[in-house]
Each structure stands twice: as C-alpha cells, then as structure tokens.
Write a protein that binds this ligand. Structure first.
Ligand code: GUN
Length: 292
C-alpha cells in the first residue's frame, strides 16, 4: 500500500506556483490577485477562507478578504459580485459557500463573470469542462486529478466508482475521469443515496472515490484488493484530543481499508490540501489569461 501524500504534493505545487509568480514579477507583470467573499461566521468557512488567503501570500499573490454579516441582503451581495467582476485589479474571486438561506447560491454563482470564476462553479465553466474545452475546473476534482497524475496512477480502461453526486465533487470528477484524456478514459459508475447494494458496486472499483461526507462509510468489505481509494470526506467532529477541539473524519475507515489498497489518500493530508492549491493554480491561470 502506498500513501498518497496530498500535503507534500500541495507543498511542491505551491513552490511551482511561487516560482511562476516570481517570473511574472520579473517580467514586469502584476501579481495574480484573488479576492474571497465570506458571509457570516461559520467555523469551517472561516478556516477555509483564512487558509486560502494565507496561501495566497505564501505564493506571492495579492489577496483581498471581503466580509459580510449573516444578514447581508442578496442585492448587497450581488452588488459586490458585480463590483469584483468590473475590478480590473482582481483576476479571480470566490464567494465561500454555504450562504445563508435567504440568499440564492445559484443566483450568486451565475452572477460571477466566468472569466473570474476560479472556483469553477459557474454553469459556463462546468459546461466547458464537460465539453473538454479550456475551463476553470473546481478545486476538489482538479486536486484529485492532479494527485492521480502526479502518482502516475493508470486510469485508462479502469472501472472508477464515485460515491456521491454533488455539483462540486462527485459529478465533475466523474465527468473528468470518463473523458478522453490522461488521466481519464475510465468507465465510471456514480453511486448515491438512492443506489441499492452500493457495496456490490464499490467492490468492482479499480479506483474508488468517496465524496459523501459520511464518516467511515467505506469499510474494508466494500473495497477490492489492490484498489486505489481516494477519500474526499472532511467531516469535522468534536474531539477533546486536539487543540482545535475538533477532528477531521474521512468517508473511509482508513485503518481497515488501507491494507487492501494499492494507493490510498489519508484524511487529513490527502485531498484536502490539494483543493487550495487547485484554487491557487486557477488564480494563476486567470492572472495569465490562459483560459479565456
Ligand atoms: N465551500 C466548501 N468548499 C468550497 C469551495 O471550494 N469554494 C467555495 N466558494 N465554497 C466552498
């Protein structure tokens, strides 16, 4: 069994991005600029956004954090999105999800200029990705593809089973892995909450991607010997053993599943650290105007 070290891979990629930024600056170009909009005080969102801003600084980007209270109106948020769309100094921006219930996430996502949608959530980017056109690909699917690629894991002709059909992970990663590309060329099955006998299907997977946010859902008897297992789950559960007061739990029961695998991602330290570098990579692409 080989551990897929997302933390190290993410650190390597951050160095590559930092080098690319220093070359841009040497050439007299402006540093890429990422703006992040955060609404409210959700603990998870606060941590994610703080890490995104910190990592921007690490690689030499400019970053701006824009905060709103929970009671911000949809109109106010849409006005800010419009302002960021127009701001020539901002290359890309994200609106951290989830948003309060009185605000339509779809409306906000659709208001973002696809050219600045470094989250890759806009229907235009999802559509372009599906068609195999240049597009911003959302961070978690892009991070999974990058790990598979950097670990030289063969995907062509393999059966990939994805558990979960979310718009930001399950569905896009299933499309990417079925594309005529490298990595790609998989036969992909997507399982979800209405799939009967899930274990019968997951046991057929050469590559198993678990993205449902259900801690320990994937057990050893659901995994074929020699499978590649990618765990996207990051459920925060209270813990009195950690400084932060919580612990991250994956969708895979790591201790019993790992011995059966050829490769497996741990939680934390697997897919998680890759998501932020994917966002940074998209911001670099936006700064260099490489997609649009
Ligand atoms: N909430 C959870 N993950 C993400 C993400 O990748 N982007 C945004 N904007 N919100 C999120």
């Amino acid at each position: 069994m080989q551990l897929i070290d997302g933390k190290q891979t993410a650190a390597d990629i951050k160095q590559e991005i930092a080098l690319a930024v220093s070359l841009m600056v040497q050439e007299g170009k402006k540093r890429p600029h990422l703006a992040a909009v955060l609404v409210g005080h959700d603990g998870g969102s606060e941590t994610y956004v703080a890490n995104k801003v910190k990592d921007c600084e690490t690689v030499g980007f400019q970053s701006t954090l824009i905060r709103f209270e929970d009671n911000v109106t949809e109109e106010e948020l849409l006005a800010k999105v419009d302002e960021l769309n127009q701001d020539e100094n901002v290359d890309g921006f994200i609106v951290q999800l989830p948003l309060p219930r009185h605000i339509s996430e779809n409306k906000v996502i659709e208001a973002i200029d696809p050219k600045k949608d470094v989250d890759g959530f806009h229907p235009i980017n999802l559509g372009r990705m599906m068609l195999g056109m240049p597009a911003f690909v959302s961070a978690t699917p892009a991070g999974i593809i990058e790990l598979i690629s950097r670990y030289n894991i063969e995907t062509a002709g393999k059966h990939c089973v994805v558990i979960g059909r979310s718009n930001i992970v399950g569905r896009p990663v299933s499309i990417l892995l079925s594309q005529k590309a490298k990595p790609g060329n998989c036969t992909v099955t997507v399982c979800h909450s209405r799939t009967p006998n899930i274990a019968d299907i997951t046991r057929q997977a050469d590559i198993l991607i678990a993205a449902i946010g259900s801690p320990g859902f994937v057990k050893a008897d659901m995994v074929k010997d020699g499978a590649v297992v990618i765990d996207v789950g990051t459920t925060r559960l209270p813990s009195d053993k950690t400084k932060t007061g919580y612990k991250l739990h994956g969708d895979v029961l790591f201790d019993e599943v790992a011995p059966k695998c050829s490769y497996i991602t741990p939680v934390p330290g697997g897919v998680g650290p890759m998501t932020i570098v994917s966002l940074l990579k998209n911001t670099l692409l936006a700064g260099r105007k490489e997609i649009y």
